[in-house]
Design a protein around this ligand. Structure first.
Ligand SMILES: NC(=O)c1ccc[n+]([C@@H]2O[C@H](COP(=O)([O-])OP(=O)(O)OC[C@H]3O[C@@H](n4cnc5c(N)ncnc54)[C@H](O)[C@@H]3O)[C@@H](O)[C@H]2O)c1
Length: 445
């Protein structure tokens, strides 16, 4: 089938590459000429495991093309996927300007029936706005061509996006047209062979399902973070509590890790957008508000712990950060906890010495060259001469470090484990002061 994807970011490229892999002819459109040039010259603008190879194979096989030409995109695909960004507006609601500009472009150039498939995360009611924008653009041309708008929210996880797309837990198709549902079913059939995971529903419920899923996941994290702070205050160990409660199948072990807060391009903005939607309708969403507020506070916790350790005086100190991406296996730093920590350290007059396996370039892009930021070539050299080490992202390579070496390289023996990934007893045995999230303090040997 011929498929056009508007937006060549995390969602657009993964969707495009996976649809091309099963035999479709995919044209990816983006307004950023640098991204398209890079893709056309064999590069990939983001880090996502397996994506580069998948794109290369399908580009070489002639099933995947890249362009900035929206008109060509509209002409190409029966399916017109919208996978552009929906960043937060000033008040936290989703900014729909990119989605609606794609809708207008489709209305301006379409000549035959098209299915607009909305993969971007958008507030309930957006499909109606998309349809209105298409109709308006058609009216300006003095014509009316049939089209459908489908809500098909994406649930992939960065870092495991290809696996998630190839073997999805669910494929949500929101449409009021049974014929369109069948066409989507045919497009998704290769990803739906094991058992039927495609669920059709009305458009509004589909749009809402995505927000509901992210709000639930964010709630689990903030709940555990709240408990970790209480555990610390009462002298309990949140890791023991986690194992204790996870054993109840109604709770489960997944997604109940305490830490230094959630980031990324989805949870923070989607929880805020859902909150704004509810407020706009006169409902006070107290739980959603608390989920974000707890997370905001949690992202400041590592700084607070480091500052307390140094008696509130961080001026002239150097702090090492291991991990900058918002989670492992991605270079995405949108709303990353590392950014809150770095910016607080700088504001307090400290220097940052940082290492991340893949997010160094992104850090350079975000912060540029500055005297108080050293981007080290590897994790160990990031320690040299620093006063303390903070682990911010739970990359596998940080899980079993040489504690003696850390002790030797640091000026003062302080290790702040923002993701509770280390064995504090080993750290303490090596003479380090080990500070984690919600666990009992350990006294150095
Ligand atoms: N990243 C994720 O893990 C994830 C998961 C599920 C859903 N989503 C949702 O999917 C959407 C896209 O997210 P993303 O992370 O891929 O964003 P992204 O920022 O990585 O990519 C968006 C791309 O859209 C392009 N764009 C903007 N306007 C355009 C236009 N008019 N025509 C063509 N391209 C245009 C931008 O240049 C950019 O390359 C968002 O709504 C997001 O909430 C993201």
């Amino acid at each position: 089938m011929d498929v056009t994807i508007f937006g060549s970011g995390y969602v657009g490229l993964v969707t495009g590459a996976c649809l091309a892999e099963v035999g479709n002819n995919v044209l990816c459109i983006d307004i950023d000429p640098k991204k398209i040039d890079l893709l056309n010259s064999g590069g990939v603008p983001i880090h996502e495991p397996g994506l580069e190879e998948l794109i290369k194979n399908n580009r070489d096989a002639g099933r995947m093309h890249f362009s900035t030409d929206a008109e060509a995109g509209v002409k190409h695909g029966l399916f017109q996927f919208i996978a552009v960004g929906t960043p937060p507006d000033e008040d936290g609601s989703a900014d729909l300007q990119y989605v609606l500009s794609v809708a207008r472009a489709i209305g301006q150039h379409m000549e035959t029936y098209r299915i607009l498939v909305d993969k971007s995360t958008v507030p309930v009611g957006t499909a109606d706005k998309v349809a209105a924008a298409v109709r308006e653009a058609q009216a300006a041309r003095g014509l009316s061509v049939e089209f459908d708008v489908v809500s098909n929210p994406e649930f992939l996880k960065e870092g495991a996006a290809i696996e998630d797309f190839m073997r999805p837990d669910r494929i949500i198709v929101g449409t009021d047209n049974p014929r369109t549902a069948e066409l989507l079913r045919a497009l998704y059939a290769p990803f739906n062979r094991n058992h039927d995971r495609l669920m059709t529903m009305d458009i509004r419920s589909a749009e809402f399902t995505k927000y509901a899923a992210n709000a639930m996941l964010a709630t689990k994290i903030s709940f555990m973070n709240e408990l970790s702070n209480i555990a610390e205050a009462v002298g309990a160990d949140i890791e023991k509590v986690r194992i204790g409660i996870g054993s109840d199948p109604r709770i489960g072990y997944q997604f109940i890790y305490p830490g230094c807060g959630y980031g990324g391009s989805c949870f923070p903005k989607d929880v805020r957008a859902l909150e704004q939607t509810a407020r706009g309708l006169g409902y006070d969403p107290q739980l959603l508000h608390a989920v974000e507020a707890v997370n905001f506070r949690q992202k400041e916790l590592l700084f607070k712990k480091i500052s307390d350790y140094f008696g509130g005086d961080l001026k002239g100190r150097a702090i090492t950060l291991w991990g900058l991406a918002f989670k492992p296996n991605t270079d995405d730093m949108r709303e990353a906890s590392s950014r809150v920590l770095m910016e607080s350290l700088w504001a307090a007059g400290a220097r940052v010495q940082a290492f991340d396996p893949v997010a160094m370039e992104e850090t350079r892009r975000l912060y540029g060259e500055r005297a108080d930021l050293l981007l080290a070539p590897d994790a160990v050299s990031a320690l040299d001469g620093a006063d303390a080490l903070a682990i911010v992202t739970e990359w596998s390579q940080f899980r079993s470090p040489d504690f003696a070496l850390i002790k030797e390289r640091l000026k003062s023996p302080a290790l702040f484990d923002g993701r509770n990934i280390l064995d504090g007893r080993l750290a303490t045995a090596a003479g380090l002061t080990y500070v984690s999230i919600g666990r009992l303090p350990l006294i150095p040997a």
